[in-house]
Write a protein that binds this ligand. Structure first.
Ligand code: MN
Length: 160
């Protein structure tokens, strides 16, 4: 059978189109890895081990007594053990992190996870050893400030 021009050219045209589509997909994947919120400033208080950054997003007020902030942890960085008198909600927006309540196994957190820290339960959160971690922390303020405790030891941090 003799091929005409359309039969010969069409497969190449479709291949080129698919390649373009693929490139578009790669670009949109790249965009998704860009930060949702600014990284903010380095946290200089001693409530964290390693490098962590805070971008305050919403300040608590009388109408909404809830503080919202974006926290970025470099690999290995974590909070000290602490409690929140009115609890806390964590929304994971990037990376891989850890969350642990006292007496419970450490949980591994991924982008898209949502975690509730119950009021007055000692816990810590931070990045995994190999990956940075970005969380939006939503913290009730109407019953007082976060109570900070001891640092998370390497033994606690690496325990599974
Ligand atoms: Mn917390």
């Amino acid at each position: 059978m003799k091929l005409n021009v359309v039969q010969f050219v069409l497969p190449f045209f479709l291949f080129a189109l698919a390649a373009c589509d693929n490139k578009k997909e790669m670009n949109s994947t790249k965009n998704e890895t860009e930060p949702v919120f600014p990284q903010g400033e380095i946290i200089t208080n001693d409530n964290f081990t390693g490098m962590a950054y805070l971008q305050p997003l919403i300040a608590a007020d009388s109408l909404n007594p809830i503080a919202v902030g974006n926290v970025t942890f470099e690999p290995g960085a974590r909070s000290k053990w602490h409690t929140h008198p009115a609890g806390q909600i964590l929304l994971v927006i990037d990376g891989i992190g850890y969350y642990q309540e006292k007496g419970q196994p450490r949980k591994i957190l991924h982008k898209g996870d949502a975690i509730k820290c119950p009021p007055n339960i000692p816990h810590w959160h931070g990045a995994s050893a190999e990956s940075s971690f970005v969380q939006v922390a939503i913290t009730g303020r109407e019953k007082g400030e976060t109570v900070w405790m001891q640092p998370v030891t390497d033994e606690e941090y690496y325990s599974k």
